[in-house]
Design a protein around this ligand. Structure first.
Ligand SMILES: [Fe+2]
Ligand SMILES: [Fe+2]
Length: 253
């Protein structure tokens, strides 16, 4: 039995416990199980409730997750929702050492937040969208561009196609056509080098002995991330629902 199985079983056991003890039914989003080999019919809340009439689907906070403040900040998401952020913190420190301007340090700090908090596929596009209302346009552009540019070498700054990609995707991997198309558009853009800088400071093999705290970047976040006073998720921005999805990822409706 591998670790993943153990984790999944633990999660299932938790779901079961919630159903049994806490009278909560967890119905995972279709996206979660869409590609599972044994994907069957969507679990039916009514059928589960027939066995436990007291049970309710999750419409409020998820008791399995840490409570979030009412007006959550970016730092709160790092603290209570995002997965391990060592890669982002190390990339941001690397960017500081490389003398990048503050807003680009922020871009490095945030470039993979979709991966650690939301969704993996097309993470550069998702991540850029998540922060778009709160950062300089160039930061959004650069985060979106890193999705694409990391697949293309740029000798002028010593960036090579990552060896780790050869290993992870296979030597014969070729990017999707929409990535190729975006690359052609981005290559000649005035902010090309900003997107490129994220790839340069993207630490592909992070050092487990280096420990960086988010607090190192508190001032940079304060000056470059327009934290909404209502809290992320509650500011009526076009992306508020995406932040709310991270606050309550198993919300039934
Ligand atoms: Fe990335
Ligand atoms: Fe990265």
């Amino acid at each position: 039995m591998n670790d993943t199985m153990t984790l999944m079983q633990r999660a299932d056991a938790l779901d079961q416990r919630m159903s049994d003890e806490l009278d909560y039914i967890v119905i995972k989003s279709r996206l979660y199980s869409l590609a599972d080999a044994d994907f069957g019919p969507t679990p039916n809340a009514a059928a589960i409730m027939a066995q436990n009439p007291n049970a309710r689907v999750l419409m409020g906070d998820d008791p399995r997750l840490p409570e979030m403040p009412d007006q959550p900040t970016l730092a709160d998401f790092f603290k209570y929702r995002f997965g391990p952020a060592a890669h982002l913190l190390q990339s941001a420190r690397h960017a500081v050492k490389g003398g990048l301007p503050e807003k680009m340090v922020l871009a490095c700090l945030l470039h993979d937040i979709a991966t650690i908090g939301f969704i993996r596929g097309d993470h550069g596009y998702w991540g850029a969208q998540l922060v778009e209302p709160y950062v300089d346009e160039e930061v959004t552009w650069a985060i979106r561009a890193h999705q694409v540019l990391r697949f293309y070498a740029d000798e002028s700054v010593g960036y090579e196609y990552p060896q780790s990609y050869v290993k992870t995707f296979g030597a014969d991997y070729r990017v999707d056509p929409y990535i190729e198309e975006d690359y052609k558009r981005m290559r000649d853009h005035k902010w090309y080098m900003s997107g490129r800088m994220i790839t340069v400071h993207d630490i592909y093999s992070f050092d487990p002995t280096v420990h960086v705290e988010l607090e190192e970047f508190t001032d940079i976040i304060g000056r470059n991330f327009r934290q909404p006073k209502e809290g992320l998720g509650f500011d009526n921005s076009p992306v508020a629902h995406m932040w709310r999805a991270m606050i309550r990822p198993a919300k039934y409706l």
